[in-house]
Design a protein around this ligand. Structure first.
Ligand SMILES: [Zn+2]
Length: 339
């Protein structure tokens, strides 16, 4: 299948880059492993996770920045190669570390789910909810876990509890969670045609692999936001961008809409980066390009996100809006009807 060959070729291309960019070794190996998973060659991915966790190079490379993330990815790859028992044992050891970030929890929960051990997935996601849900606010992490938990409990046929009601409440997409997570829709249980069920399972597997590839990305996919004064300054000095951005209210709306559109295609790890004219012009100098270069704002956004300047999107409904307005997101850019 040519798509799988493309993923394998991409994995090999990324691995060749490791020699050229030793400082980016961890990101490159993780990205290459995600490509091996998409190429349906989990054994190759497994070897890369092991290399990250137990370097054999001489001198040994730096320890990975998030061992729990790499272990979670290894759980999934192990299971894909048929080593289910080892996968379960490693999941227990990740659980004992109680990782502080979302991806290890999300990846292992979904690994149980995709291998059809729904009770284990539900138990795991319960723990994850205990870990991330606080009484004061529903953080971005808690929201994602609540939604995954909701889906698994729907598949199990459980009735709604308080946490499911909370998931329904924080889910901001136009299709209600109950419809999205309808087991009939998820598994085509209504179908007697085995080919149709197989196709549905294939589709879910592909989605999961895409999701994992996105999670292994070292930084969020970020959309660039210009606060009003910065936008006015930009357009005064570089009128060429006027057609892209329009007025400030139009720009504000289009940032929220772009994020919704990306989110609707299943990109899970999104953010907003805030632009300023001086840092934009400084970035243009580092690239030896005129600031009016049409492709430069997107490259600038990526560079801000890569340096950790992205605000996760969507923010919790009750947190201040991503645009800096001192009102909750749900009452500002995230209010119904904006996107
Ligand atoms: Zn706003």
């Amino acid at each position: 299948m040519s798509e799988q060959r493309e993923h394998a070729a991409e994995a090999e291309r990324l691995l060749r880059k490791v020699l050229e960019y030793p400082d980016d070794r961890e990101e490159l190996l993780l990205a290459a492993a995600a490509q091996w998973i998409l190429a349906e060659r989990p054994a190759e991915a497994l070897a890369l996770y092991d290399e990250l966790l137990h370097p054999t190079s001489d001198p040994p490379s730096d320890p990975v920045s998030s061992p729990a993330l790499v272990q979670a990815l290894k759980v999934s790859a192990l299971w894909d190669t048929g080593a289910e028992q080892q996968a379960r044992e490693l999941a227990l050891s990740v659980r004992a570390q109680a990782p502080a970030t979302l991806p290890p929890w999300q990846i292992i929960g979904e690994t149980f789910e995709v291998h059809d051990d729904l009770p284990a997935a539900a138990a795991w996601l319960e723990d994850a909810t205990d870990h991330f849900l606080t009484p004061d606010e529903v953080t971005y992490e808690a929201r994602r876990i609540l939604i995954t938990r909701h889906r698994v409990r729907r598949l199990l046929g459980e009735s709604h509890d308080d946490r499911d009601h909370l998931a329904d409440y924080v889910h901001s997409a136009p299709v209600p969670l109950d419809e999205l997570h309808d087991p009939k829709r998820l598994w085509s249980l209504g179908s007697d045609d085995p080919a149709e069920v197989r196709r549905e399972i294939e589709r879910l597997r592909t989605e999961l692999a895409d999701h994992r590839a996105a999670l292994s990305r070292p930084y969020p996919l970020a959309v660039l936001y210009w606060p009003e004064a910065e936008l006015v300054a930009l357009l005064t000095r570089y009128p060429v961008f006027a057609a892209d951005y329009g007025s400030y209210p139009e720009h504000l709306r289009s940032v929220e809409q772009a994020l919704h559109a990306l989110s609707a295609t299943g990109v899970p790890h999104l953010g907003v980066v805030t632009a300023t004219l001086p840092t934009y012009e400084a970035y243009a100098r580092t690239q030896a390009l005129p600031p009016a270069t049409p492709s430069l704002p997107a490259a600038y956004a990526t560079s801000l996100a890569a340096r950790g300047h992205a605000t996760p999107w969507p923010p919790p409904r009750t947190s201040p809006c991503w645009c800096g307005a001192p009102v909750p997101y749900a009452e500002h850019c995230g209010r119904p009807g904006t996107a």
